[in-house]
Design a protein around this ligand. Structure first.
Ligand SMILES: O=C(O)[C@H](CS(=O)(=O)O)OP(=O)(O)O
Length: 237
C-alpha cells in the first residue's frame, strides 16, 4: 500500500526521503493559495525563485515579477503575495516569477529530488487528492511553515489531505496521524480554528482579511498545479 507522510517544516526535510515521491508543497498563507489563484486567472506559468534579486532579473525576460517579504510587497515589484490581487487584473497568458518568505523556499528545497511536485491549497484540495490517487507513488506533504517553525494552517491542510487519502494510503508517520485527527475534529469550524493561527493574526495586522478568507475556501477550483522543469502550471491529465 502507498504511504503518506507529513514534514512539518522545511527545517526537518533532511529527516525525510524525498526520492521518487510526490511532494505536495503547502503554504496556505499565502504562497501556494496565491499560485492557484494566479493560474485560475489565466497565468500560464509561475517560476518560484528563492531570492529577490534573481526574481527581479526575470522582468527583462517578460515575466511579471512578484516579490514578498514579511507579508509586504517588496520594493520594486509589480505584485506581492495576495491571491485576491490575481482575481482583479488581466493575467491571461502571462508568466510570473515569484519569491515569498516561506513558500517558494520550500519548493526550491525539494525540486531536484522529488518525482513530482504539486502545489497544495484548500482552494483545490479535491483536485490534488484525485491526481495523487491516480499515481502509484508515495507522498510527502511538506509544510512551508513560518521561518522554519510549525504553523497551524499548513498543518491543518496536511491533516485534511491525509484524511482524504486515508482509505488508499498507509500512515505510519506520527505527524500525519496527529494532523489527520486534528483536522477531523475541527473540520466543522476550520475558519475559526485557523483564525487563531499566529500567521492569520500577522496578516490581519496588514488589513488583508479577504486574502485569509480566500485561502480557507475549500475546492473553489478543480485543477491541479504541478512543477514541470522550473515552472508551475496547470496539469492537464
Ligand atoms: O505573504 C505571506 O503570506 C507570507 C509572509 S509572512 O510569512 O507573513 O512573513 O509568505 P509565505 O511565503 O506565503 O508564507
Amino acid at each position: 500500500m502507498r504511504k503518506v507522510e507529513v514534514c512539518l517544516s522545511p527545517e526537518l526535510l533532511h529527516l525525510y526521503d524525498v526520492d521518487d515521491k510526490i511532494v505536495v508543497i503547502v503554504d496556505i498563507f499565502r504562497a501556494t493559495s496565491t499560485m492557484i489563484a494566479a493560474l485560475a486567472s489565466g497565468v500560464t506559468g509561475i517560476v518560484p525563485v528563492m531570492d529577490l534579486e534573481t526574481c527581479k532579473s526575470y522582468k527583462e525576460k517578460g515575466y511579471i515579477i512578484a516579490g514578498e517579504r514579511d507579508g509586504q510587497k517588496a520594493p520594486g515589484f509589480e505584485m506581492g503575495n495576495s491571491p485576491i490581487a490575481y482575481l482583479e487584473g488581466d493575467f491571461l497568458g502571462k508568466k510570473i516569477a515569484m519569491t515569498t518568505t516561506n513558500g517558494t523556499v520550500a519548493i526550491e528545497k525539494t525540486k531536484n529530488a522529488a518525482h513530482s511536485i504539486l502545489i497544495g491549497a484548500f482552494v483545490n484540495i479535491s483536485a490534488t487528492t484525485r491526481f495523487i490517487q491516480n499515481q502509484k507513488k508515495d507522498v510527502l506533504i511538506l509544510c512551508a511553515g513560518w521561518k522554519g517553525k510549525f504553523n497551524l494552517e499548513d498543518s491543518l491542510y496536511s491533516g485534511a489531505l491525509v484524511s482524504k487519502l486515508h482509505p488508499h494510503f498507509r500512515t505510519d508517520c506520527d505527524s500525519a496521524i496527529a494532523l489527520k485527527s486534528l483536522f477531523e475534529s475541527n473540520s466543522h469550524r476550520l475558519q475559526l480554528f485557523i483564525g487563531q493561527a499566529s500567521h492569520a493574526k500577522r496578516l490581519q495586522n496588514h488589513g488583508i482579511e479577504k486574502d485569509i478568507d480566500f485561502c480557507l475556501e475549500m475546492d473553489k477550483y478543480d485543477f491541479t498545479a504541478l512543477l514541470q522543469g522550473n515552472e508551475i502550471s496547470i496539469h492537464k491529465a
